[in-house]
Design a protein around this ligand. Structure first.
Ligand SMILES: [Zn+2]
Length: 554
């Protein structure tokens, strides 16, 4: 089945979607929703060049870049119960309260004047038509985004409901692969080589193809190519498959796999453990979030996804990341371990499974406590000690963003919160339990960090710094600064919130005072009509745009 390409604009930005005519309708809809960066509550409208609304379906008429369709996010889906209150918050008023107020005004005026004035009729009509409009959202289901939710809460989403839209397109992958292969022949400057080894390295400055070159450099500069007889084409093919298997999501994307290398150099680990263990650690870090869909284990388990079923609720994601890694390695053309002995391969596989599974945060205390207990007698030649060190170090790298300079770390936090909020929105929509730390109504940027740094980062980083004292300066100090920064931000936000509350209270008191002295009169909104749903309330925070191509070899 040949695929068709649909050209369209969204927020003035040109986009194109590719799918086959036999692609499921829901997947096509999801594709457009992803392109619009629309939330699960949003409704999309697609217009043709004549300005007519057309159906988002696999049957869409192919067009050309010159006759692009226009995609718009028009409104929030407010037909489901939990969204009623959200809508009230978004609109700044509650429709039912307004109706009640109108009723009481009408009664009062009827009693006083003997008949209903026309202005009250007019307002009543406006409220009614607005309600009708909101309640008939289901009739827009042909547009593709209305979701039928079961009121019993047993609604079961498709396990990979969101998956396809997050996947990289073939064009995207091929373009990156070409650039990567072209760039990989260039020699990387000594300056970049050294910079890459530091914890201040700024990942936001590099495009995907450049990151692949840097990953290749990691394998080269740690001497893995010669020690383990890795052919360059095989390494490049492996890195390309890794790139392909990271999804386009805000946080757990290809950029995030890039975290272990600096720590290996910082701790001078090469002088302490075998090269095969270093190869295990670097490859585990590179693969540790493969095919992450942006929804954590709690979601997988609560939504009873295919992953949760397959892995019996035991670290479904981490098991999946690891399985995808070994699926990639199964193909000889990707298998960077293909020249290893069976013994060596067994050792790497065992190590990678341990390391990747250790990134499940529910195992945090177990691994940290074990590390603490062996620390006083730590011996680099003891296999159990070394296994635990490798797990601890991949954990540290996994959550090490806060140890980076603020202009590198803060965009990462924005991305993480965006991914969290996407998940909690989906959980609300599906009637699933919502973790408070992911809830956009409960979490602020600083509040998400202060507790995490105090209770998770510090205890972990401090223990590792006991074994490698120079981490104090390179990792602990920056985290301390980050804690101060977010503590200050938290205080400022608290202050602002209190001031807002005080202002609202005094305004309310002043209003009540004037209500008792002036005559009761229904007021028409300034623009003569009721506010429209959607608009700015549907806009979402955006991840920082990665800067455009910087040259590796200058
Ligand atoms: Zn991770």
């Amino acid at each position: 089945m040949t695929s068709k390409v649909i050209y369209f604009t969204v927020n003035g930005r040109p986009e194109q979607a590719e799918f086959t005519a036999d692609c499921p309708a829901q997947d096509v809809k999801d594709l457009f929703r992803a392109a619009a960066e629309a939330g699960p509550h949003d409704i999309l409208k697609l217009y043709n060049t004549k300005g007519n609304i057309i159906n988002i379906s696999p049957k869409l008429e192919p067009n050309s870049p010159q006759s692009r369709y226009k995609l718009e996010v028009v409104a929030a889906d407010c037909n489901s119960e939990p969204l009623g209150s959200e809508l009230a918050v978004a609109l700044g008023f509650d429709l039912s309260v307004m109706e009640k107020r109108l009723q009481s005004l009408e009664k009062k005026i009827l009693g006083e004047a003997g008949e209903t004035p026309s202005i009250v009729f007019e307002m009543k009509n406006q409220v009614e038509s607005f309600r009708e409009k909101l309640e008939s959202v289901e009739h827009l289901s042909w547009l593709g985004l209305f979701k039928e939710l079961s009121s019993t809460g047993t609604h079961k989403p498709s396990p990979f409901y969101h998956k396809r839209a997050l996947r990289k397109t073939r064009e995207e992958c091929e373009h990156v692969r070409e650039s990567f292969l072209q760039m990989s022949t260039l020699e990387v400057t000594e300056e970049v080589r050294q910079y890459l080894k530091t914890p201040t390295f700024d990942n936001w400055q590099w495009e995907d193809a450049e990151i692949m070159v840097l990953l290749q450099l990691m394998y080269t500069d740690l001497d893995f190519i010669t020690t383990f007889h890795i052919e360059l084409e095989v390494l490049q093919q492996f890195l390309y498959e890794v790139y392909k298997h990271y999804n386009n999501i805000p946080f757990h994307n290809f950029n995030h796999c890039f975290c272990m290398y600096g720590l290996i150099w910082l701790t001078d680990l090469r002088s302490k453990i075998d090269e095969i263990d270093l190869l295990t650690m670097l490859t585990s870090a590179v693969c540790h979030d493969l095919d992450h869909t942006g929804y954590n284990n709690a979601y997988q388990i609560n939504a009873r996804t295919e992953l949760a079923l397959r892995y019996n609720d035991i670290s479904p994601l981490e098991n999946h990341h690891c399985a995808v890694a070994f699926e990639i390695l199964e193909k000889p053309e990707n298998n960077i371990f293909r020249n290893l002995t069976t013994e060596q391969y067994k050792r790497i596989r065992e190590g990678m499974i341990k390391c990747i599974l250790a990134t499940d945060m529910t195992r945090h205390n177990e691994i940290l406590n074990q590390f603490k207990s062996i620390l006083p007698v730590f011996d680099f030649s003891n296999k159990d000690h070394k296994d635990n060190l490798m797990m601890t170090m991949i954990k540290v790298s996994d959550i090490s963003n806060e140890a980076r300079p603020m202009d590198v770390a803060e965009p990462w936090l924005d991305c993480l919160l965006q991914e969290f909020f996407n998940q909690s929105d989906m959980e609300k929509l599906e009637g699933l339990p919502v973790s408070p730390f992911m809830d956009r109504d409960k979490v602020t940027k600083p509040s998400s960090q202060t507790g995490f740094i105090r209770f998770v980062l510090f205890p972990l980083f401090m223990e590792l710094a006991n074994l490698f004292p120079n981490l104090e300066q390179h990792i602990i100090d920056p985290v301390r600064k980050a804690l101060d920064y977010y503590t200050e931000m938290e205080k400022a936000l608290e202050k602002e919130k209190k001031e807002k509350q005080n202002r609202a209270q005094s305004e309310k008191a002043a209003k009540e005072k004037s209500m008792t002295t002036s005559q009761l009169e229904p007021k028409k909104p300034a623009n003569g009509s009721l506010p429209k749903p959607g608009g700015s309330s549907t806009t979402k925070p955006k991840p920082p745009a990665a800067p455009t191509l910087k040259h590796i070899n200058k």
